[in-house]
Design a protein around this ligand. Structure first.
Ligand SMILES: [Zn+2]
Length: 161
């Protein structure tokens, strides 16, 4: 762990779901992403949690610290990264494992209990609403991350109150 002083978050308005944009057979861990992000000159891994292909949840940047994962919202959000999300040719694909979805669901439930006001979205849902219809539609996505519809998934599998 690096010895940097992180800026502390004052609020948690959003829980943001990301993917690593890695192929399904890549067994990436938080330590790999930390290495990639340090190589970019960042102070640490950008995400607060990483969920491996086997469903193992690893901590990333300290929860109280400002992360680096969603432009314009890092001060008020936590970032969770699922490993996977693209096919062998690098195209966006919902290829997450049952174990990953189970772990994501449990983690979001735990975080939501601690940050009851936080709303949950995928990274792509922070794209600008260019036509102003109040919805972020696929033609407006500036990126595919996390390569599945988080709102749709949560509607099918609601978090317990
Ligand atoms: Zn993302």
């Amino acid at each position: 762990m690096t010895n940097v002083t992180f800026k502390q978050r004052s609020r948690t308005d959003w829980l943001v779901v990301h993917c690593a944009a890695t192929s399904p057979d890549a067994q990436v861990r938080a330590s790999d992403i930390r290495r990639w992000h340090l190589a970019k000159g960042w102070s640490d891994i950008g995400y607060h949690y990483v969920i491996g292909r086997d469903g193992v949840v690893e901590p990333g940047r300290p929860e109280a610290a400002v992360g680096a994962h969603v432009r314009g919202f890092n001060q008020v959000s936590l970032g969770i990264c699922l490993i996977g999300g693209v096919d062998a040719k690098g195209r966006p694909e919902n290829n997450f494992t049952t174990a990953q979805f189970a772990s994501l669901h449990a983690l979001l439930g735990e975080l939501k209990a601690r940050y009851p006001k936080a709303r949950i979205q995928g990274h792509r849902d922070f794209s600008p609403d260019r036509n102003g219809d109040g919805r972020i539609t696929p033609d407006e996505f500036i990126k595919a991350c996390p390569c599945f519809d988080v709102g749709h998934w949560l509607a099918a599998y609601p978090l317990a109150d």
